[in-house]
Design a binder for this molecule. Structure first.
Ligand SMILES: Nc1ncnc2c1ncn2[C@@H]1O[C@H](COP(=O)(O)OP(=O)(O)OP(=O)(O)O)[C@@H](O)[C@H]1O
Length: 707
């Protein structure tokens, strides 16, 4: 009997089972839909108890419904044949039949762990592991691993050459996919690691750190839904391009109750999408910034009155600059500036009362003095001008102007100039903060405290219902004053590409994870942060002594071996101590280096992009130095318009975490020269290609170095 017909038979048999599961799923969806409707109907009855019940009911039913809808594609993906004769099906979510018998085991359940952990060396009761490949609801193929040949019944068929290689060779599209069907053992261990302290997942490029982290988020929600939905799970990645790339993975695993934010969006009310140049970014991210912000938070605001004079009965009461500074110091010694807002009038009044000596006044006493004073608009106006509530965003807007007076030698002239140039643009009318400004605004927000609210906001939407708020927030202004600090804490904080976080960014995340468990994912060799020790200290402070549990992923599933050989050579000469991974897949396509004359560069880049679009089925990236990005984008605008889903033009930093079937790197030497971490950025860029890699440059100094 031929292999094809064996596979067809297997596909048909699996389809029959999968159909039963889908039927059951439809029934569950119907029940959930009618529950949602019934819940709303109950709400119209209108008593308060009814409302609470309705909210809970609608919430639960809606959640189930969105999980059911999201997990539709490739719902059933695995089957285990066990030595006791059981055939156990594994899926994106758990499904039971009408008699509550298990039809499908949720991949995160303990009963599914064998699917990922059993090996031929240690089959643990598994004879055959089968991965079902599907398109929508249709099973299109199966891939088997025979783990225990001796225990296999004679008629058991084994089909295919392994699911992993088949899945790695697929063409890439614009978004990341879940790898739930082919998670490897070392990855599974990191995904299911117990929730305590900080789980640190390391490994070279393409080893699955991001997918593992996302599957871990789904696993955590499954393992302790109450805790993590209530407290919230925050997933932070480097850029909004990256967040868009990964945002489908969790819903496809049946999870929507996770807050996904890029580093520029971590703080409510602020959305930043652009990076600073290397000098300004390094200065703003540095721990040296902290002292500047502390000074700013305490310093008098420009235009604040420096003295106050008040006539009361026979006395002239005067507070000069020195006395006012003394009151300020006392107020700030115990309280944040905005918290002291309510205390400032009393502090000033009692300093004034101490100067009252006239008999008439003393006779009437302090109480009357206070009554007269506080109902006098001169006093009220003074207090409002002297101790206004300060909004962190407004304070941040003054940084550029006030930096020279606040920096106190902490930054050199080049750094000061770079930061001021950046703020000159972003704080002008209609300007928006850079990604590097967000932690500064957040820091200021914590230093000065919340602005006392003008009126109570009634924002009692439970956190769970704010899931996937990223999209909803898209309508928001990029910048408004920030909301309540009390909302910031999460139950779990998951940081991807953690090697790039600056000390100020670690502080921003640390404030959101004081009570949280953490998952931290990164590869130091891909870091673009120039001062690793400073960042390591800030990270240690953010984790505040939590236990660290380390996992290392060793196999590169992304790059062809040919592409990764070149990248590894770059790492060996330029990145001491890089954690190199093993690339498992050969394509026979060596990276190609094209040297061109200056005048031919633009034409050659366009030609290379066109050629790559023809040679691969999936995505193509053209990666250019930051300084040349605008030009290259303009040169390729027509081509991008013709292939909007397949072709991207990016700078090196924006490629972090992404992958493309083919990558063209423009002017590698310029990318390397562009920042202190240039070689690392170049390493990141090279390791984005799954199949084809071409470099195009007017110089080839780098190539000589790695030859
Ligand atoms: N077990 C797996 N089965 C199938 N594909 C996998 C598996 N693990 C990883 N991959 C694929 O390998 C690619 C790289 O994964 P991922 O982006 O998570 O790696 P990474 O370690 O975060 O990379 P980098 O550090 O370079 O950003 C992705 O396409 C991912 O889907």
């Amino acid at each position: 009997m031929s292999e094809t017909s064996a596979e067809q038979r297997a596909v048909a048999a699996e389809q029959a089972y999968v159909d039963v599961v889908y039927e059951r799923l439809e029934e569950s969806a119907k029940v959930a839909t009618s529950l949602v409707k019934e819940g709303y109907a109950r709400g119209t009855v209108g008593n308060e108890g009814g409302l609470v019940e309705r909210d809970a009911m609608v919430f639960q039913a809606q959640r189930r419904l969105s999980a059911l809808n999201a997990a539709h594609e490739g719902l059933v993906f695995g089957r285990l044949d066990l030595t006791d004769g059981e055939a156990r099906y594994i899926g994106r979510i758990g499904v039971r039949d009408a008699d509550r018998e298990i039809l499908l085991v949720d991949w995160r359940a303990p009963a599914a762990a064998l699917f990922y952990q059993a090996t031929a060396q240690e089959p643990s009761g598994v004879i055959r592991r089968r991965v079902l490949r599907s398109s929508g609801k249709r099973v299109v193929g199966v891939e088997d691993d025979l783990l225990d040949a001796e225990a296999a019944p004679e008629d058991m068929e084994v089909i295919g050459e392994g699911a992993l290689l088949a899945s790695l060779s697929r063409a890439r599209d614009a978004t990341m996919h879940s790898v739930v069907a082919t998670i490897q053992k070392e990855q599974d261990e990191a995904i299911r690691a117990p929730v305590r302290g900080a789980t640190i997942i390391g490994g070279g490029p393409g080893t699955g750190k991001t997918v593992v982290a996302l599957h871990r988020a789904a696993f955590l929600l499954y393992s302790d839904r109450r805790r993590f939905e209530r407290g919230g799970v925050l997933v932070v990645g480097p850029s909004s391009v990256f967040m868009a790339y990964i945002e489908r993975v969790l819903p496809s695993l049946g999870e929507t109750a996770v807050t996904l934010r890029s580093l520029g969006e971590v703080v409510d009310g602020i959305r930043a999408g652009e990076h600073d140049d290397a000098v300004a970014a390094a200065a703003k991210g540095s721990a040296r910034m902290l002292a500047v912000l502390r000074r700013l938070a305490r310093a008098p605001q420009p235009g604040e009155p420096t003295s106050f004079r008040y006539f009361y009965k026979d006395d002239v009461l005067t507070l000069d600059a020195k006395q006012l500074a003394g009151i300020r110091r006392t107020l700030l010694s115990g309280l944040k500036r905005n918290r002291a807002y309510a205390k400032a009038p009393a502090a000033v009044a009692s300093a004034l009362w101490r100067q009252v000596h006239g008999e008439r006044a003393l006779e009437k006493g302090e109480e009357e003095f206070l009554e007269v004073l506080t109902s006098d608009h001169r006093f009220v106006d003074f207090i409002e001008a002297w101790w206004p509530p300060v909004d962190a965003v407004e304070l941040w807007r003054t940084l550029g102007r006030r930096l020279p007076e606040l920096a106190d030698g902490a930054f050199d002239a080049e750094e000061v100039a770079a930061m001021r140039a950046s703020w000159a643009v972003s704080t002008q009318e209609g300007g928006v903060p850079r990604i590097e400004d967000v932690p500064l605004i957040d820091e200021l927000r914590y230093l000065v405290g919340e602005v006392p609210p003008p009126e109570e906001e009634h924002d009692d939407v439970p956190r769970q219902l704010m899931s996937f708020e990223r999209r909803e927030r898209e309508q928001d202004d990029a910048l408004r004053s920030t909301t309540s600090i009390e909302d910031d804490g999460y139950a779990h904080v998951l940081v991807d590409e953690a090697q790039d976080l600056s000390p100020m960014q670690w502080r921003m995340l640390g404030r959101r994870g004081r009570q949280a468990s953490w998952t931290i994912v990164g590869d130091p060799a891909q870091s673009s942060w120039p001062a690793p020790q400073e960042a390591a200290d800030a990270r240690a402070e953010a984790l505040a002594g939590k236990d660290e549990h380390r996992f290392r992923l060793s196999t590169n599933y992304r790059n062809s071996a040919e592409v990764y050989d070149l990248a590894a050579r770059v790492a060996k000469v330029a990145i001491p101590g890089a954690d190199l991974a093993d690339a498992v897949r050969r394509t026979g396509e060596q990276p190609d280096h094209r040297w061109v004359a200056d005048a031919d560069l633009a034409a050659s880049v366009a030609e290379t992009a066109r050629e790559l679009l023809e040679r691969v089925d999936g995505t193509v990236a053209v990666v250019a130095p930051r300084a040349a990005l605008g030009t290259v984008r303009a040169d390729l605008a027509d081509l991008v318009a013709a292939h909007p889903d397949r072709l991207r033009v990016l700078d090196g930093l924006d490629t972090k975490g992404l992958e493309f079937d083919a990558v063209a790197v423009v002017e590698p030497d310029a990318i390397i020269a562009e920042s202190e971490a240039g070689w690392r950025t170049f390493y990141v860029v090279l390791t984005r290609a799954t199949q084809l890699l071409v470099t195009v440059g007017t110089s080839e100094t780098w190539l000589a170095r790695v030859a």
